[in-house]
Design a protein around this ligand. Structure first.
Ligand SMILES: Cc1cc2nc3c(=O)[nH]c(=O)nc-3n(C[C@H](O)[C@H](O)[C@H](O)COP(=O)(O)O)c2cc1C
Length: 186
């Protein structure tokens, strides 16, 4: 199997991280992978905020959970009420990916950057998990304050984030893919 396919197939979401911080050289490679993702019209209108400050990540988790508790979605309401749940699973590094609100495809631009980050992390045997919680951080005054303190470029907002850290345990194999996912028109 070629290396890219090996990495794609072995990547799983990691939700239990060692406290040890990832190395700066590893972080730089992971960020570079994010920056080399495609973007709508090639505008590169997304921004990466590396957060390695636990009190700030805790504050984001607390606020996102508060917002989850007020949402219609029952799954998110339950997560918001779960005292054990931390949106970033106490990962030592989180990259928040923000998109320019007026660009043509900010959601997709941030999504493909996140996927590149997940794969680059796996290629370095670093655990990763896509975390959506940051996307709700525009819904309360407190969350808007938190975003302001992240120093994003003007008119950018967070769309997603990736938690990163060394894995506490090996990831299990990915489950088999569903049948019938492809049809061909020839
Ligand atoms: C758009 C998107 C949003 C996600 N948001 C979260 C999240 O907020 N928290 C979380 O723990 N996992 C999140 N995940 C990870 C998925 O739960 C995970 O990818 C899925 O269960 C498949 O497992 P795998 O990544 O191990 O293959 C998200 C994944 C995607 C693609």
């Amino acid at each position: 199997m070629n290396e890219i396919m090996r990495v794609i197939k072995s990547r799983r979401s990691t939700r239990s991280f060692s406290d040890e911080q990832i190395k700066r050289e590893e972080l730089d490679i992971i960020l570079e992978a994010g920056m080399y993702a495609p973007s709508g019209a090639g505008k590169q209108a997304r921004h990466f905020t590396v957060v390695q400050n636990q009190p700030i990540l805790d504050a984001i988790s607390v606020e996102a959970k508060k917002i989850y508790r007020s949402m219609d979605n029952e799954f998110l309401r339950n997560l918001g009420s779960n005292e054990q749940f931390h949106t970033f699973f106490h990962a030592p590094t989180v990259i928040i990916i923000s998109g320019e609100l007026n660009s043509i495809t900010p959601d997709s631009d941030c999504a493909v950057a996140a996927q590149n980050i997940l794969l680059a992390a796996e290629s370095l045997q670093i655990g990763s998990c896509w975390i959506s919680a940051v996307a709700v951080l525009t819904r309360t005054e407190e969350s808007i304050k938190i975003i302001k303190n992240l120093g994003l470029p003007e008119a950018y907002a967070p769309f997603n984030s990736v938690a990163l850290g060394y894995k506490k345990a090996e990831s299990p194999n990915a489950p088999p893919r569903r049948a019938g996912l492809v049809n061909y028109i020839r």
